[in-house]
Design a protein around this ligand. Sequence first.
Ligand SMILES: *Cc1c(COP(=O)(O)O)cnc(C)c1O
Ligand SMILES: [Zn+2]
Length: 412
Amino acid sequence: MKYILGAKCVRCGKEYEAVPGLTTCACGGILDIVYDYAAIRRDFSPKDLAACRDNTMWRYRPFLPVEEGSAPPPLRVGWSPLYKADSLARALGLKTLYLKDDGQNPTSSLKDRASALAVVKAREAGADTIACSSTGNAASSLAGNAAAAGLSTYIFVPRRAPKGKVAQLRIFGATVVSVDGSYEDTFELSKAAIDRWGWYNRNAAINPYLSEGKKTVTLEIMEQLGWQVPDYIALSVGDGCTIAGAWKGLKDLYAAGFIDRLPRLISVQAEGCCPINRAIQTGEPWRPMEENTLADSIAVGVPRNPDKALNAIRESDGVAVNVSDGEILDAMRLLGRTQGVFGEPAGVTGTAGVKKALELGLISPESTVVSIVTGNGLKDVESGIRAAGEPLVVPPDMDALLSAFAEAGIAP
Ligand SMILES: *Cc1c(COP(=O)(O)O)cnc(C)c1O
Ligand SMILES: [Zn+2]
C-alpha cells in the first residue's frame, strides 16, 4: 500500500504493520491507520478529483488502505447526494444547511462504506467468510456487499433489530443469528464465534480499516462543497465509529493540504442512550447506559469505539447534544416534508440535533451546517408510520370522501 506507513494504537501509541487481518492492540486499544501525507500531497490533488469519473468512494484511493491491485467490490458505494436544504434551513431558522443523504447507498445506509472496505480486506486476507455483530445496518450492508463479491457471511443481530433490516440479511443470503439479548450480548457472542471459527471480522470497533471506509463520507462532503469548509458537521453516534471516521477524513484532507481548516462536529445521541455525549458533557469517563430509544441503530449502551469518538469530538471542539424520541420522530416528518428525504430514526437524529442545538443556543443561526442522514427510512417502516400516522380510510364513494375530508379539516 503505497501511502500507508502503518497502524498506531490510539491508547498506548504502539505501532503495527498494516497487514489485512489487523485487529486491536495488545493493550486493548483501537488502531488508527497512518498515511504518508507528503507523498499523497505530491501525487494527488483536488484537480485529479475534478477529472475523475469514478463516482464511488473509490475515487479517493490514495486515502484508502487497500493494495493497489485490489479490485473494488461490485456494488456502487458512495457519491451520495449533498443537497442544499433551503426549506429545512428556513424551518429551523438556520442560514445555510446541507443534507448528505447516505441512505442512497446500495443497502441504504452509510455502513456500506465500511462494508465495501471490509470485503476488499477480507479478500486480501484470503478469507471466504466474514462475520459481524450489528444493531442492523452494519449487518445488512456487509451481507449485501459480501454477496455481490461472492463471500459468505455470519451475522449476529439483537432480537429487536427492525424487520426491514432482517429481511435484507435473509435476502442477501446471510446466516443470521438473532440474539435474544442486548447489543452488548450480541457483540460478545459474535466475538466468541469469530475466535472459534476464524472468520474475517467486520466489527468496526475491532477492525481499524472500517472507519477508513466510513471517512469517505466527509471526503465527499468536502469535495461536493468545492473544498469550502462548513462550520459544523452533524451526525448521530452509537458505537462511535462513524463520527471517528468522519473526523479522520477531515484530518486527512487537512494534512494533505486539500482544506485549510477543520469544521466542528455535532455529536447527537438519544436522551435514553447517550454514554458518549454524557462523557463529553460531564468531563467524566464514559459509563454504560440502558438502550432506551427507538433509534435502534444508535441504541448502544456500551459503545465499542469510545476512545476514537471522544477524541474526535474533543479535538474538533465539538458540540454534544441529546434528543428525545419525540424529537427524532419530529425530525423524520420535517425532513420528509421540507426536503423529500426519508430517514430512519437514527438516520435523522443528526438533523434533530441541529434543531436542538439551535434552540439551546449551542450554535449560531448564522452557521453553515452539514447534516448527514445515515440511513433510509424504508428500513424501519414501523417508525415511519409512528412518526407520520396512518392515512384516511374511506369506502370507494365520493360522499364518504367529502365527509372524511370535512372531518379531517382537509379542504382541497
Ligand atoms: C451505525 C449507525 C449510526 C452510528 O454509527 P456508529 O459508528 O455506531 O456510531 C448512525 N446511524 C445509522 C443509520 C447507523 O446505521
Ligand atoms: Zn495499545
